[in-house]
Design a protein around this ligand. Sequence first.
Ligand code: SIN
Ligand code: FE2
Length: 206
Amino acid sequence: MDLFDTPKSQGILKDVVLLRSFVAPTENEVLPALAAIIQLAPLRHIMTPGGFAMSVATTSCGDLGWVSDKTGYRYAAFDPLTGKAWPQMPASFKQLAKQAASMAGFANFEPDACLINRYQVGARMGLHQDKDERDFNQPIVSVSLGLPAVFQIGGFARSDKALKLPLVLVWGGESRLRFHGVLPVKAGNHPALGEYRVNLTFRKAG
Ligand code: SIN
Ligand code: FE2
């Protein structure tokens, strides 16, 4: 299957590229792989360092997973819930991330972490920067499935006005540290994912 039959890419801001039309064809491979990961590393509502449970349920796959507790956010090789290594990143995930990065102009992206965020209706993610990774020369590849949501991408200060986008988004280079977030997911029913939005965020973390 050619994931990129009719690629449409759109530059949004410098070093921010929106890719449409190749997520849907990959769902056949990605969704079963996702279900297998969730069996091994269940979705959970992690606590922010401030002591609040996130409205988004998360898990990870790859060499490193993103974790949070009272001491802060970081990447870890072991899932604190199971004590085991995170599930391997499936080949279909890696291929999707690498192709998206290369279509957006970031060659040789080798993700070692995939954060899986599952949004139930009403869940949201406040504006934040991704800055727990070691090398900010590596882009972020963000793939969204299921219910639609409004993704915001802002500037370099939290207070900068944010653009609102539907998304499959790659950002890096000069835009690597832009604030971004997700507005509360509205009720709906997606053929494959029901009442959920799922976002896969690929990063080279270590
Ligand atoms: C994130 O920034 O970690 C997730 C963004 C999204 O769910 O689209
Ligand atoms: Fe993020």
